[in-house]
Design a protein around this ligand. Structure first.
Ligand code: 9MR
Length: 386
């Protein structure tokens, strides 16, 4: 079979029928694996410097656990990143041990780390259907939910007011497979508050900190078609997000930014549709919103074993995606979801069947730059100036 089989009529037919998921992953990888592709980078400047040269911000989240115990990682982080996000330490489950108690120890430590190392700080996340404390189900009901949510936002956002660059206010509120006409997810928040919980959260956040940028953060916006059984069709999801954003804006909701997560899949990059993605980003910008890539990484658990081939495919995904997205002037920041393969959610969530370590991030587990780093550096270098 020709290496370029995806370009043959049979390949196009296969794509059209949406059967990619069942076709051998190696064949798909070959379709994008171009051993001659040039990932050369000029100079030694860091990702944060290259991003800043174009008016962009680059950063990543980290965990208190890692930053406070891994001195090598903690020293490396500020060399590449201009902004630190709290990966888990500001989630409900971690700061609300009981309805009456807040525990800010780790959040405070993270902010202090950011300050000490001259990093901006990003809060994640105020309203999510996951990472809720065990007591949530038992104690929160439609009578008290508004008070509890507003109080939470007031205390958490208020505590860091004036010191935080941006907050993920609402995370992943859409889930088309739940079958609602507005596309909203059947989340615990929707159950107790109805669809207006989104607006409520943004208003409370603005009230508690008039300065930080308020972000709506959503997944599965980068591809076309349906990739696997639990995802929505990418186009339908983009339409639903636009509708939600239009509704929020028309009601004067204080929202500043759409966060597109960007958890890419190395085996599905043929589903990146630059034209449609560009059009979507332009539509978002027309709503007078900024855009951030909030959780970029490339899942490699089904890519070939060979590290050179794998790294090349991961790098290809990074550069192909970023070169489209960074063309949109409304895009102001890029976060990878982690900095080094040493600490990535994917090693637990999407491990490889062959037992090899996953390699989804710009730095390897020794904190050295990989081809994915080159791909990002190139994308920043080639991005238009903001
Ligand atoms: O990377 C995070 C992982 O360490 C946590 O166990 C998990 C549950 O809290 O959340 C992961 O981050 C998620 C983020 O908060 C929201 N978007 C999807 C991310 C990956 O699951």
């Amino acid at each position: 079979m020709s290496k370029n089989w995806l370009l043959t009529r049979r390949g196009v037919l296969c794509l059209g029928l949406g059967t990619l998921a069942s076709i051998g992953t190696l064949a798909k990888s070959k379709a994008l694996n171009n051993p001659a592709r040039d990932f050369t980078v000029v100079g030694e400047a860091s990702l944060k410097e290259r991003a800043a040269a174009k008016g962009l911000i680059y950063g990543a989240p980290a965990k208190y656990r890692t930053l406070s115990s891994d001195a090598e990682f903690a020293a490396r982080f500020p060399q590449e990143c201009a902004i630190l996000a709290a990966e888990n330490d500001l989630k409900w489950r971690n700061i609300r041990p009981s309805p009456k108690r807040f525990n800010f120890t780790k959040g405070d430590w993270m902010l202090e780390f950011a300050r000490t190392h001259d990093l901006l700080f990003r809060g994640h996340t105020l309203v999510w259907y996951k990472a809720l404390p065990k007591w949530f189900k038992e104690k929160v009901n439609s009578q008290n939910a508004e008070r509890i949510l507003v109080d939470h936002i007031d205390k958490v956002v208020g505590r860091y007011a004036g010191q935080i660059h941006s907050w993920h206010v609402v995370n992943e509120a859409l889930h088309l497979r739940d079958g609602r006409s507005d596309g909203l997810r059947n989340s615990p928040w929707l159950d107790v508050l109805g669809p207006d919980y989104i607006e409520l959260a943004f208003r409370a956040a603005r009230e508690a900190d008039p300065k930080s940028l308020l972000v709506y953060n959503e997944n599965d916006l980068w591809f076309d078609g349906q990739l696997w059984s639990t995802t929505a069709n990418g186009e339908a999801k983009r339409v639903a997000v636009l509708k939600l954003l239009e509704r929020l804006k028309s009601r004067g909701t204080p929202i500043d930014v759409l966060g597109i997560q960007g958890h890419l899949r190395g085996t599905y990059m043929t589903h990146l549709n630059p034209k449609k993605l560009r059009a979507f980003l332009a539509d978002v910008a027309d709503l007078d919103l900024k855009i951030m890539v909030t959780e970029l990484d490339v899942r490699d658990h089904k890519l070939p074993k060979d590290i050179n081939v794998r790294d090349r495919l991961v790098a290809t995904a990074y550069e192909d995606f970023l070169s489209v997205v960074l063309d949109e002037p409304a895009v102001m920041a890029v976060f990878t979801w982690g900095l080094s393969d040493r600490d990535t959610w994917l090693s637990r969530f999407s491990p490889r069947k062959d037992g090899l370590a996953v390699r989804p991030l710009p730095l390897d587990d020794q904190l050295n730059r990989k081809l994915a780093w080159n791909a990002m550096a190139r994308a920043f270098d080639n991005a238009p100036m903001r």
